[in-house]
Design a protein around this ligand. Structure first.
Ligand code: ATP
Length: 470
């Protein structure tokens, strides 16, 4: 017969322990109860538990002290804390201190059951080889910041705490969010990724929360929202700063109560999901400016992951370039090409405002352009870069070569189309880069380019890139 799991319940309210004991027993879980901190430590020293559920207020201490003690003596034991209803601050402090999850009092038996199922599913030691293989396959990079990120990732993946990922566009926030999910005990559930900036405001509530048939014009049938689709898994809210304030209130409620109400419905639906969110914006600054709710910020910002820009992960550039060469070649079913020494030098010297995504695009274009087995400088440089290089070469000092002086570079190396057109081409490419990087958000693009919105719009009009009449 399979051994029943054993859970330690720590609460000074004996009746509550008894109640929880009864509902857990129905789930096939055995329990021991301790009513103070010292009894709890004694139990933990004498028995091997599969999980621990502790109240925060204990007669001789508190649940956070117990959590600290467990972190020192048996760090692999999942510990969940019981918190007074609505006391989010303390629940968040517990998650930050390493609690697996929390459950609000009065305890909802359904939540307790979901929480313990997750806790008991968490292997004491993650299957090292399996997780390492997954991580190395999905997340390329050996630089110091990436190694640090891997350590934090593993710790984070084992808890249920909300994770907030910051980093410039294209640094790999979605890759990391997906990895947090895949390494967690929710990995058999769905991973639902939503780009909050891409959903039109008027459709947002129905997209996130779902709707009932007939709740508005066009709602011809019931629709399940994206939050409900994440039930049992993880919900990735990319560009969360783009959520309008009205939606932030609704999201806060969903995250806090784990319940949603579809548009036009009277009934609420229980949803069990872990929130992973990301933004390239400074959310704290947005809170100061009143553009992002502080309570939601605290709720989603329990665990932090910071993705540095690619230019600060120097040694990863070539690793990533090789990774993309192999990946793309195998997708296109062609032999992998080699980077020449000049190509490697070029790649490591770039600034990469679009980070890993930009590097991938450069490699993809280079593979397309290369006619032989190599990738060299001409295939990596963009058209303006090539023209610029030619221009600089033409204005260089005559060099000594084999003891002879090279003939001076002639005017044919100057841009054939004339300086104005040449510079306009470069300007247009930079504007397009900035717009692509910011998903065509002209305000952000103007900021990135260090110019006013008005000046950007003027230039876009000049190149026929702006059809906006306002
Ligand atoms: N460390 C990495 N290893 C392998 N591929 C990566 C890595 N980082 C990013 N990528 C790849 O780079 C591209 C961009 O990554 P991703 O979409 O995760 O970035 P992001 O930070 O979420 O971007 P955005 O803010 O624009 O949504 C994807 O093709 C992704 O697979």
């Amino acid at each position: 017969m399979e051994k029943r799991p054993l859970v330690l319940l720590v609460d000074d309210e004996e009746d509550l322990c008894l109640l929880m004991q009864m509902s857990l027993s129905r789930m096939g879980i055995d329990t021991h109860s301790a009513h103070c901190l010292s009894d709890a430590k004694k139990c933990l020293a004498e028995h091997a538990y599969d999980a621990c559920l502790t109240d925060l207020n204990l007669p001789d201490g508190n649940g956070l002290q117990l959590l600290e003690w467990i972190n020192e003596h048996g760090p692999s034991l999942p510990v969940a804390v019981l918190t007074a209803y609505g006391n989010m601050e303390i629940a968040i402090a517990a998650l930050k201190a390493g609690a697996f999850d929390f459950v609000s009092k009065p305890v909802n038996p359904k939540h307790l059951e979901q929480l313990l199922q997750k806790a008991l599913n968490t292997p004491a030691e993650p299957k090292q080889l399996q997780t390492d293989a997954l991580e190395h396959k999905m997340l390329i990079g050996q630089s110091q910041p990436m190694q640090q990120l891997r350590v934090t990732l593993k710790k984070i993946a084992r808890s249920q705490a909300p994770v907030f990922i910051t980093g410039e566009s294209g640094t790999g926030k979605e890759v990391v969010a997906n990895l947090v999910h895949r390494l967690s005990n929710r990995n058999e559930g769905p991973f639902i990724a939503i780009n909050c900036g891409a959903i039109p405001t008027e459709l947002m509530e129905s997209e996130l929360f779902g709707h009932k048939k007939g709740s508005f014009t066009g709602a011809t049938q019931d629709k399940q929202g994206l939050i409900q689709s994440a039930h049992g898994g993880s919900l990735f809210l990319d560009e969360i700063a783009e959520l309008p304030l009205s939606m932030q209130v609704k999201l806060l409620r969903a995250v806090q109560e784990k319940r949603i109400r579809p548009v036009g419905s009277d009934a609420e639906i229980d949803v069990d999901f872990r929130v992973i969110s990301a933004s390239h914006q400074d959310l704290e600054a947005l809170v100061q400016q009143g553009k992002f709710r502080q309570d939601l910020f605290f709720r989603i910002h329990v665990m932090d992951l910071i993705l540095p820009p690619l230019r600060e992960r120097g040694e990863d550039i070539l690793l990533l370039a090789q990774h993309f060469i192999h990946k793309i070649s195998s997708e296109w079913d062609i032999p992998a090409k080699q980077l020449t020494a000049r190509a490697k030098e070029f790649l490591t010297g770039q600034y990469y405002p679009g980070n890993v995504r930009e590097l991938r695009n450069i490699i993809e274009r280079a593979i397309t352009l290369s006619d032989d087995g190599n990738i060299d400088l001409p295939q990596l440089q963009s058209a303006p870069q090539r023209q610029m290089a030619q221009l600089f070469a033409s204005s260089a000092e005559p060099s000594l070569h084999n003891g002879l002086t090279d003939p001076p570079q002639s005017a044919k190396k100057l841009p054939e189309e004339g300086l104005e057109i040449f510079l306009e081409k470069i300007e247009k490419e930079i504007l397009l880069n900035a717009l692509n990087l910011t998903h065509w958000n002209r305000t952000v693009a103007a900021k990135k380019l260090g110019m006013t919105f008005r000046s950007l719009r003027y230039r876009l009009k000049k190149f026929g890139l702006d059809t906006d009449e306002d």
